[in-house]
Write a protein that binds this ligand. Structure first.
Ligand SMILES: [Zn+2]
Ligand SMILES: [Zn+2]
Length: 287
């Protein structure tokens, strides 16, 4: 793991979020997104100046999301380098037009295409953590908008419906939400496509953490772990959404379930792609 995301500021009370108990903190953050409460939140901001939740820089005004402009700039899209035509693996190369990575040749995935907004690191990684582990649910909106922008620029115009990679039910209950579903909701709205409900694609068994597993072990770990409902996906092109794509094993297993249930094609979008799947800390538990 990298540095802690939210070092506690030197003086207690610098951030209202730190001194309020969890329910009050949730309320405080939720009010930032309701116009009626905006003025009250601004007033609170005068007395409790907030900090950017990514880099801890003091914010001068209460923003819709407590993240500074510099961190938004840092969460940049994948550079315009060659990517694998299938899985979108960035190569860092220029001037290469038709390209398929070794993995896609050796183990052709069941999805037709996968693309990500950015690379998993820096501010984007922190934002995904805030959305997933810190209940900053409104972050799903700007991150989902970024996903939709990738979809608009690419080959996603043929999609008929949007689905999210499901969480295990115990984890879903514990967290209270599925971050992939929140992102999928935004993408579906932006693309004016129907969002399939959680019963259309679900996990059939718990899987162990993907952390530290090789590609082959990851594939084995999630093989057959998903099931799709034929009546929801048959003869449809499905746009499948997740937050992070590491080796693509989870997306591939979901795509297999969707295809087995009759989906004609599966196209995948994730917020971030890990550049070196087996060499960094992105091998976090698959939630
Ligand atoms: Zn910042
Ligand atoms: Zn590939």
């Amino acid at each position: 793991m990298g540095a802690p995301l939210h070092p506690v500021p030197g003086k207690a009370g610098r951030r209202l979020g730190l001194i309020l108990p969890q329910p009050a903190r949730r309320w405080y953050e939720a009010t930032l997104f309701k116009p009626t409460w905006r003025a009250a939140a601004d007033l609170l901001g005068l007395f409790f100046p907030s900090r950017c939740r990514v880099c801890q820089t003091p914010l001068h005004a209460v923003a819709r999301l407590p993240i500074c402009a510099r961190c938004w700039l840092d969460a940049a899209p994948i550079a315009d380098h060659a990517q694998c035509n299938v899985c979108g693996l960035p190569t860092g190369l220029r001037g290469v037009e038709v390209f398929q990575c070794q993995q896609c040749i050796a183990h052709p995935p069941r999805f037709a295409l996968a693309r990500s907004y950015g690379e998993y690191g820096g501010a984007l990684r922190s934002m995904i953590h805030l959305l997933k582990y810190d209940e900053m649910i409104p972050l799903a909106s700007p991150l989902g908008e970024r996903l939709a922008s990738v979809a608009r620029a690419g080959d996603f115009g043929t999609c008929d419906a949007v689905a999210a990679v499901p969480l295990e039910s115990s984890r879903r209950r514990a967290r209270g939400y599925n971050q992939a579903e929140l992102l999928a909701k935004v993408v579906a709205r932006r693309m004016t496509l129907p969002l399939l409900d959680a019963s259309a694609l679900r996990r059939t068994r718990a899987t162990t953490s993907q952390a530290g597993l090789t590609r082959a072990q990851r594939r084995e770990n999630v093989r057959g772990a998903f099931e799709a409902q034929s009546k929801a996906v048959k003869d449809r092109v499905i746009l499948l959404i997740d937050d992070v794509m590491t080796t693509g094993a989870t997306l591939d297993a979901c795509a297999a379930a969707l295809r087995n249930a009759g989906a004609t094609r599966v196209l995948c979008l994730s917020v971030a792609r890990t550049p070196e799947p087996e060499l960094n800390d992105a091998n976090e538990p698959r939630q």
